[in-house]
Design a protein around this ligand. Sequence first.
Ligand SMILES: Cc1cc2nc3c(=O)[nH]c(=O)nc-3n(C[C@H](O)[C@H](O)[C@H](O)COP(=O)(O)OP(=O)(O)OC[C@H]3O[C@@H](n4cnc5c(N)ncnc54)[C@H](O)[C@@H]3O)c2cc1C
Length: 308
Amino acid sequence: MSNADIIVIGDGPAGCAATITAARAGLEVVMLGRGRSSGAPEYLSRASLMLLAELAPRLSRETGIWLDPEPLPQSGRALLRGKFDPRFRIEALDAGARYVPLAAGRVEPHIARGKICGVHCGASSIASPVVIDASGSNGWLRRAMQLEESIGSPALWLERGLAAAHSHAPDHHWQIAQQGWLWINTTSAGMIWTSLSTQRDTTVHWPDGVWPTGKRWRDCRRWRCLQQAAGPGYFVCGDAAVQLDPATGDGFRFAVESGAWAASLAAQLLRHPEGSSLLEALYSDWIVQFYVSRKAALAECYANASML
Ligand SMILES: Cc1cc2nc3c(=O)[nH]c(=O)nc-3n(C[C@H](O)[C@H](O)[C@H](O)COP(=O)(O)OP(=O)(O)OC[C@H]3O[C@@H](n4cnc5c(N)ncnc54)[C@H](O)[C@@H]3O)c2cc1C
């Protein structure tokens, strides 16, 4: 049995943000992860880049992860997640965290008297007063503890990848119709695209002179939100707490912001355990407010296109 101040489950953007924030607050952090990332391209909003610049300033100058060499003023920047995520993990380790790679096997929460107080991981256990779940769409704690969630949409089929174009094709494309939408953006290293369909196996209509190339990354999502994203001994952040769809344009920002906020509230909770219920309520409420506001904006946009 080993001990930590905070255990973070998941090593994507939310997990790395939580780990860096907690380690910089002087806490002993253990991050458990699978070291895996989708190689998909992604577009980071200006707000995402600003958060990243605070947490891991070296990453903006890193070569090999960005599809755009520099962010454009008032604009975002595209990257390859398969290159970015391993670099973000190194930043988490450099902040002083301990990383436990999970080759196989299950991680189980250790619950005593209704409170999470660590995890069991194969033959070993780690004791900790706070566990942060940043396991993404895997929803580790939701499934382990049967946490209640709200489901806000039918199944939505998502695809993304790289594209090629004739020279006369437009640099940007956004088209929404009853069956879904297609977004295409030109980066310095080529075009990236994301599509959403309301029906499985529906092919979106591509503009003239542009076509998808290479691997396609597929997902199926529903809008969903945990009703209690924090409780006795736990915080849930990123996609594990809220999933919407890429039309919000800020999945990455929310992952990093919620990871960092969960970690700083966890640090406060360790200093003032008597205020734990208040901190948990504050965080859970913030998560629900984020979901409700973004969901309303998406629903209005989709209703205008007679989509959902
Ligand atoms: C098609 C599509 C396009 C998107 N495009 C954009 C975009 O352009 N811009 C944008 O901002 N957002 C975009 N998003 C959203 C964005 O990818 C997510 O919001 C973001 O990755 C969430 O980060 P996360 O850390 O919460 O989860 P993840 O990125 O999923 O990371 C979770 C990590 O936890 C690990 N893990 C899972 N289970 C366990 C476990 N039991 N134990 C230990 N580790 C575990 C996983 O291996 C993974 O590394 C898109 C999403 C989709 C589906």
